[in-house]
Design a protein around this ligand. Structure first.
Ligand SMILES: [Zn+2]
Length: 72
């Protein structure tokens, strides 16, 4: 009876930690994806938008004007 209870408790902890690690890992990947995006600012309509990773220019989704990469 006691052994069964310990096994049950252990399985619960493993499941909890597994989920915790999974969400931590998944969130880390989401943040990486956002960080690698290139931010563009449209000089025609002032729209702020993001383009693909390491792209040098990207079309504005609002007016279609091609903007260069924003440099700080
Ligand atoms: Zn625009």
């Amino acid at each position: 009876m006691d052994t069964f209870f310990l096994l049950y408790l252990g399985a619960g902890f493993v499941l909890l930690f597994g989920l915790w690690f999974y969400y931590d890992w998944r969130d880390g990947h989401i943040h990486d994806a956002q960080r690698s995006k290139v931010i563009y600012h449209c000089i025609k309509c002032s729209q702020i938008y993001t383009g693909p990773y390491q792209s040098e220019e990207c079309d504005c989704p609002q007016c279609g004007f091609t903007n260069g990469r924003l440099r700080f």
